[in-house]
Design a protein around this ligand. Structure first.
Ligand SMILES: Nc1nc2c(c(=O)[nH]1)N[C@H]1C(S)=C(S)[C@@H](COP(=O)(O)O)O[C@H]1N2
Ligand SMILES: [Mo]
Length: 320
């Protein structure tokens, strides 16, 4: 396994290469609306409270990524208004209306479990750990819809090498925010809270595994997982946990919320696989948000060249 020890990381890799976020106006609060006008945001962006909160959070210094697809990008309005985010609501149109006031600063991420040193990172420090990349990924929900999104972030491996896991760490567990004061959906016991997810270490270290803090060139809208989420394009969407507050390294396979809730329907791996049906529906096809026609779903969501070798020899029917 290729994990750098902190002593191997040059200080030039740790110092911010560029100022990532221009959030002075954002912090000024009252200046938000006028700043939005000054920077020429469209009326629609002023109209939705959740999007006003994102005014002036353009991310600077974004590089293009070699992992991007050239497929047509799904419109921002679809990606930001049709969301699975059960901490807010089980209705897909609701998170965009209910998540606007989620407080995403200050925000820290605890590094816990089998690491050389337990520590806490501020999200703004995490965002400076590497150059932000625009990764245009296909993303497929287990329910049969898909999107193509220009996410902004960098490989999770950048954070893992700074977290310095011990050799016996075999898995990574993600814990997400559980704050009933801010998240009305937590009152509904539809899932066991907090929402948990996990990856095997090689999956977490795969360059495609994206630690994500933006989309469409700006900070993530709250309903899409601000301030920090995962994006795992070869897996069903539920693996991509939103609002991460803790990253733990474990020896045993972590529990993931959807597997806990319905083990016969949702596995740990959850790789996109058109040949293994969900017990209640087929996974052979999908519909892109904003389109009507059905498309064929691809094995590993079309990312097989980069990820298939991690599962060679595994029965993907059993390890669904
Ligand atoms: N914390 C949290 N993360 C979550 C979810 C959730 O309910 N809570 N839903 C998941 C599911 S099922 C999907 S399809 C994606 C949706 O991400 P998007 O709204 O950015 O498209 O988020 C995933 N991450
Ligand atoms: Mo999903």
């Amino acid at each position: 396994m290729l994990i750098k020890k902190s002593s191997d990381i040059k200080s030039s890799e740790i110092t911010p290469k560029n100022a990532l976020l221009n959030r002075r106006t954002f912090l000024a609060g009252t200046a938000v609306a006028s700043a939005a006008v000054a920077t020429g945001l469209a009326w629609r962006e002023l109209a939705a409270p959740s999007i006003v909160a994102q005014a002036n959070t353009k991310i600077d210094g974004i590089q293009k990524s070699k992992f991007s697809t050239s497929e047509a990008i799904t419109p921002f309005k679809d990606v930001s208004s049709y969301n699975n985010y059960y901490e807010f609501s089980t209705e897909k149109e609701e998170p965009s209306k209910l998540a606007g006031n989620l407080k995403t600063r200050p925000w820290t991420v605890a590094i816990d479990g089998l690491v050389k040193k337990k520590q806490t990172f501020d999200v703004d420090a995490i965002m400076k750990m590497a150059t932000p990349e625009e990764r245009i990924y296909r993303h497929r929900c287990v329910e049969g819809w898909s999107i193509v999104v220009p996410w902004v972030g960098f490989s999770l491996s950048e954070l893992i090498k700074r977290a310095d896991p011990l050799p016996k760490a075999k898995y990574v567990e993600f814990t997400t925010l559980e704050d009933p004061k801010q998240m009305p959906g937590l009152r509904v016991p539809v899932l066991k809270w907090p929402y948990l997810e996990g990856l095997r270490m090689d999956e977490a270290m795969n360059p495609l595994a994206l630690l994500c803090f933006g989309m469409y060139g700006e900070a993530l809208p709250n309903q899409n997982g601000a301030p920090l989420r995962m994006v795992l394009p070869w897996k069903y969407g539920f693996k991509s946990a939103k609002a991460i507050v803790k990253i733990s390294f474990t020896e045993q396979q972590p529990v993931n919320t959807w597997n806990l809730s319905a083990p016969s329907e949702y596995g740990f791996y959850s790789n996109v696989n058109p040949t293994v049906d969900h017990p209640r529906w087929s996974q052979k096809t999908e519909r892109r948000l904003g389109e009507f026609r059905k498309r064929d779903t691809l094995m590993f969501n079309g990312y097989g060249d980069q990820v298939a070798s991690m599962y060679s020899g595994m029965d993907l029917r059993k390890n669904f």
